[in-house]
Design a protein around this ligand. Structure first.
Ligand code: NI
Length: 172
């Protein structure tokens, strides 16, 4: 297992729609999944999408306990939100945009379908932080990042600060 480098805002792989994973490919993903989980725990974070480690495939891992409770990691392959309810405005951050958090509106509950690491079709309801994490990671797989939801001065301010960090070489 290995901790992988996290791609940061500005990297084109984060803006590319990740590819669907064929069922025949799933058995070959074990090492990547293990590395993604280790990377998520090392950061630490509650979720990680494959394109954040440079792999443009529809795969994400989520663990709200950040490894504190065994068996609480969710591996989502080709995840899709099929139903959502409610709306909550909460602070949100991203390992690809380190040290920035902003208020982002997300559904209160989502129902997601996906394949697990064995390739078995699953579905679950996520609520609160889990709903937020599911939406955030699926956004990544679609090339969307949380700053895209910001508007006006808030957005200008965060993008300017990131551009400054990129310029001074403090970002990558
Ligand atoms: Ni993120």
């Amino acid at each position: 297992m290995a901790v992988l480098p996290i791609r940061k805002y500005g990297d084109p792989v984060l803006r590319t729609r990740a590819k669907e994973i064929e069922p025949s490919e799933i058995s070959g993903l074990g090492a990547l999944i293990d590395d993604m989980v280790e990377t998520m725990y090392a950061e630490p974070g509650v979720g990680l999408a494959a394109n954040q480690v440079g792999v443009s495939q529809r795969l994400a891992v989520i663990d709200l306990t950040v490894g504190e409770e065994p068996g609480s990691v969710h591996v989502l392959i080709n995840p899709e939100i099929v139903e959502s309810e409610g709306e909550i405005l909460e602070e949100e951050g991203c390992l690809s945009i380190p040290d920035f958090v902003e208020l982002v509106s997300r559904p209160e509950r989502v129902r997601v379908t996906y394949l697990d690491r064995e390739g078995t079709a699953k579905e679950m309801w996520g609520e609160g932080l889990m709903a937020r994490a599911i939406c955030h990671e699926i956004d990544h797989l679609n090339g969307v990042m949380f700053v895209d939801y910001l508007r006006g001065m808030k957005k200008d301010r965060i993008l300017k600060r990131i551009q400054k960090l990129i310029k001074t070489g403090d970002w990558y």
